[in-house]
Design a protein around this ligand. Structure first.
Ligand code: NAP
Length: 308
């Protein structure tokens, strides 16, 4: 039978153990760096220790516990084995909810009225129809495509940017680096749902963010490393940008004394946009383990060359 190793900070993945034991009779589940983990066939990872995967001689499959695999591929010694990620309808729905909420937060001026309500200020703002609000989604994959379609259903004017050409009903689709400025220049609420790769790290810097029209807002649901936070703060303080909902950060948890918590116009959320349950993750790992044993195609395999 097979051995599954869990590589993460101690105890994080313990809730998966019972599900894996139930789904894969006879499986050995060991936490890194227990000796049995070093002999594993499958490694299930969140931020594995650098070099750990390369030191596992029997390894056949690396499995992420998230939609993004940047936390694994950041280790240059990761062996060239199949790498799978989590794709789940509940994650997609949760992310769509978060994007809708963030869009409405700016579109319906909740950012302003929540602040006003604390100060006893009765102020109404001019209302705009959804069709007059331009929402732009960076990334049209599992999550970006679902959020874009739902925004279209609500009547927003939606555009999106991806690496390769895409067609989604009602969405103005841009692709490729050359089209990024044109996409940004017509986006009032920018939602990032890109994977973190060598091509997307630091993408949201002063140069790119200043292409957004004056008064635009940012919703960052992808990875903290996509954003140059100091550049965002400068554009907020200059009045070019209106606000930002930030769900992800270079350092997580964001330290309590980090200035972003108190930056006017910034709302910090604790990487909560879409969280898969341990049951869901373990069931997907178990399904891929069975496929591996039977020699069948694996689900949700990452393209290592693209990095996502
Ligand atoms: P996905 O299915 O792999 O889609 C990625 C999209 O980004 C694709 O449309 C891809 O273009 C596009 N893209 C990648 N590199 C690009 C580049 N250099 N230029 C332009 N477009 C590029 O990913 P997903 O499942 O939607 O997840 C997206 C990300 O969301 C994850 O990687 C993760 O970081 C983040 N996430 C965050 C949370 C949270 O709670 N905050 C939860 C889940 C996921 P093509 O279509 O042309 O390939």
């Amino acid at each position: 039978m097979i051995t599954v190793a869990l590589l993460s900070r101690p105890g994080l993945m313990d809730p998966m153990k019972a599900v894996l034991a139930r789904e894969l009779p006879g499986v050995t589940v060991a936490s890194w760096p227990e000796p049995a983990a070093r002999e594993a066939d499958i490694a299930v990872c969140w931020k594995p220790e650098a070099g750990a995967l390369a030191s596992m001689p029997k390894l056949k499959l690396i499995h992420a516990i998230a939609a993004g695999v940047d936390n694994i591929l950041s280790d240059p010694t990761v062996p060239d084995l199949p790498l799978c990620r989590i794709v789940d309808p509940d994650i997609t729905s949760a992310m769509t909810e978060f994007v809708l909420w963030s869009t409405l937060y700016f579109h319906r001026d909740f950012d302003r009225v929540v602040s006003n309500s604390r100060d006893g200020v009765w102020q109404r703002y001019e209302q705009r129809a959804a069709r007059d609000r331009k929402v732009g989604i960076l990334g049209l994959g599992e999550l970006g495509a679902a959020a874009a379609s739902r925004l279209v259903e609500l009547g927003f004017t939606v555009s999106a940017w991806s690496r390769s050409p895409k067609t989604i009903a009602g969405v103005r689709a841009y692709h490729g680096a050359d089209a990024l400025d044109a996409f940004l220049s017509e986006t009032e609420i920018l939602v990032s749902l890109l994977p973190l790769t060598a091509s997307t790290i630091g993408l949201l810097n002063a140069e790119r963010l200043s292409r957004l029209p004056k008064g635009a807002a940012l919703v960052l649901c992808s990875r903290g490393e996509h954003l140059v936070a100091d550049d965002l703060v400068a554009l907020l303080r200059s009045g070019h940008l209106r606000g930002a909902v930030l769900d992800v950060f270079e350092q997580e948890p964001l330290p309590a004394d980090h200035p972003l918590w108190r930056e006017p116009g910034v709302l910090v959320t604790p990487h909560m946009a879409a969280i898969a349950s341990w049951e869901t993750i373990a069931l997907q790992v178990a399904e891929n383990a069975r496929r591996l044993l039977r020699g069948e195609p694996l689900l949700n395999v990452v393209d290592r060359a693209r990095g996502y």
